[in-house]
Ligand binder design. Structure first.
Ligand code: HAM
Length: 404
């Protein structure tokens, strides 16, 4: 028997698919309320796009890409995340030259060749948003508020972790002082951190090795050496979050696993889903558009991991909806099918293709959570009527087919 690949799941059960579509619905409506519109970009892109944006030193590009040479000899890969493709589309369609503000949201599958475990898949789904053209830190605040709105509407509790990664003014001198510090403890750190020292030193700060973490407690903190502009923006961000009652913790080790960030970086985590606790992450990436050969354009965004959220969603109580139609006589079957077809043009409706007794029809209507169970037997057929039971209010009546 052929099975799905490791770390790649079907979304199949009715319960799971309801949760999935409910999430997409709430998140899309929220993003639209914030003035974002839907964008679709290809799942397959040139490998170079991710190397240049997510970064060659990141685990995602270094170890986790589904990369291959296609039949036309192109080096391509399945997207490991959504931001790079949206930025590519933004530049390719000359929106960087058009200027102005452009706000997008998207959802779909992403692919990372990771070691699968609970909450960590090789094919997973993200809901993400990207905003281009707004330099103000208040846009960063809007992003965070949007995630908070979505999570609250879904009844999901969260913790927000916040950091500033500085800009091209304050990051380089900080990086130098961090490298000096790493050299002073180099004998004791893990092999990964030794490698990171030369590829992307700030990534040592989120090393999962406990020994390394203990050593880095004494490392210099970027938050203490931000330039005036980054410092002022970070203060504004904290103030606006306070005013809007969004609690956060400052996590100076939050550096994110993708290389394109500057200034604001944030992650939403949940205590209720085990070790893979990050449910959303994002931040500002003011230099990425320029880096991918576009006109310099400030940008900020986030993405949420849908699979990690599914089991946390508090689903609203389902109310009965729509019509179930059934025949009690073979002669009534075709009329039942035609009436169902008519009802379906405006409402949810389904029918049984077999003639069955009333009890069975009522059971079937109840099973699909229909509001009305409507039945036609020989009497009704003769009188051109239909028997309708409202399963919510527990009332019943016989009405003319015309009226129905
Ligand atoms: P990310 O932090 O790599 O950011 O991913 C965002 C979210 O996707 C994570 O918080 C997590 O919930 C989910 N996720 C990541 N990897 C997996 C996995 N293997 N299995 C299940 N869920 C996973 C980004 O991707 C950035 N593009 C976010 C962004 C948008 N930044 C700016 N704009």
């Amino acid at each position: 028997m052929i099975k799905s690949l490791r770390g790649m799941n079907d979304i199949l059960s009715e319960e799971e698919s309801k949760r999935f579509t409910y999430f997409i619905d709430i998140a899309s409506k929220t993003a639209s309320r914030y003035g974002f519109h839907y964008i679709e970009t290809p799942l397959l892109e040139e490998t170079a796009l991710f190397k240049r944006s997510v970064g060659e030193s990141s685990d995602i590009v270094g170890k986790e890409m589904y990369q291959f040479i296609d039949k036309g000899d192109n080096d391509v890969c399945l997207r490991p995340e959504g931001t790079a493709g949206v930025v590519r589309a933004f530049i390719q369609n000359k929106l960087d030259r058009a200027g102005g503000i452009h706000r997008f949201f998207y959802h779909g599958p992403m692919f990372r060749y990771e070691r699968p475990q609970k909450g960590r898949l090789r094919e997973f789904h993200q809901f993400g948003v990207e905003s281009f053209g707004v330099e103000s830190v208040y846009e960063d605040a809007q992003m965070i508020m949007m995630v908070a709105d979505i999570l609250r509407e879904l009844g999901i509790g969260f913790k927000l972790q916040l950091n500033s990664l500085g800009c091209k003014e304050c990051m380089p001198p900080y990086r130098d002082s961090l490298v000096n510090f790493i050299e002073s403890v180099e004998k004791y750190i893990c092999e990964d951190c030794k490698r990171r020292k030369s590829t992307n030193p700030i990534r040592v700060l989120d090393c999962k090795n406990e020994k390394c973490q203990a050593l880095y407690e004494k490392a210099p903190k970027l938050i203490n050496s931000l330039c005036e502009n980054c410092e002022s923006d970070f203060t504004k961000l904290k103030k606006i979050l306070d005013e809007n009652e969004i609690a956060y913790e400052i996590d100076t080790n939050l550096v994110r696993g993708l290389d394109y960030y500057s200034k604001t970086a944030f992650e939403f985590v949940s205590d209720n889903i085990g070790s893979q606790s990050a449910i959303a992450g994002g931040g500002r990436y003011d230099r990425l558009v320029e880096f991918l050969d576009g006109r310099p354009t400030p940008a900020v965004g986030f993405a949420m991991g849908i699979e990690r959220l599914l089991e946390l969603i508090q689903m609203p109580e389902e109310s009965r909806e729509g019509y179930y139609l059934g025949a009690m006589d073979d002669e009534a079957i075709e009329l039942v099918i035609s009436l169902t077809q008519k009802k379906r043009q405006t409402e949810k409706a389904s029918c049984d293709y077999r003639a069955r007794n009333l009890k069975n029809h009522l059971k079937s209507a109840d099973k699909i959570n229909a509001r009305f169970c409507c039945v036609i037997g020989s009497n009704e057929l003769e009188n051109e009527t239909i028997w309708v039971k409202d399963l919510q209010n527990k009332t019943e009546e016989t009405i003319s087919i015309k009226e129905f």
